[in-house]
Design a protein. Structure first.
Length: 166
């Protein structure tokens, strides 16, 4: 009788181990699925809808975008990298489908950097002009304060001459 209870306990323990292992596998699979979903959303947000202006692939309601989102998930499930997926969409729809510049290619560098350089140059010029203006304003105020009152010698001399007239 004691042997039977040990057998039942062992069977029960084995069942519990299988359940715990199954739960661990299920949580790992769910975590991988969540990770793939997050990767898919990031890729969708980095691509533009090829038909709509101002919509990313993630937010566009068109049927073609639903199909494109499904293709992204299929490629991710097959093990494709983000770069491979984006490159395949660029090959199909052109560089306009990418939300950010492809900086490795010619004109794109200048098209994206030139506005920032112009802004920095404008800020430097404005700082120079304001500093120069402030410096000149201070020099003018100093000259006005010095030249506002004539020297004491001229005042004494003018009083003497005016006194002689009376």
């Amino acid at each position: 009788m004691r042997v039977q209870s040990l057998g039942r306990r062992a069977a029960l323990g084995g069942v519990l181990l299988v359940l715990i292992g199954g739960l661990g596998w299920a949580s790992t699979a769910a975590a991988q699925e969540d990770d793939l979903e997050q990767q898919a959303i990031q890729i969708e947000e980095s691509l533009n809808c090829p038909l709509c202006e101002g919509f990313t692939l993630h937010e566009c309601p068109l049927l073609i975008c639903d199909q494109m989102r499904a293709v992204i998930r299929q490629k991710l499930a097959a093990g494709a990298s983000r770069e491979e997926i984006v490159a395949s969409f660029v090959a199909l729809y052109g560089e306009e489908v990418v939300n950010a510049p492809l900086l490795g290619e010619g004109f794109n560098w200048s098209a994206w950097l030139l506005p920032f350089l112009a802004l920095a140059g404008g800020a430097a010029w404005l700082a120079y002009v304001l500093r120069d203006w402030h410096r000149r304003r201070g020099a003018i105020a100093e000259l006005e304060s010095v030249s506002a009152r004539p020297p004491e010698e001229y005042i004494r001399r003018a009083e003497e001459e005016l006194g002689e007239i009376d």
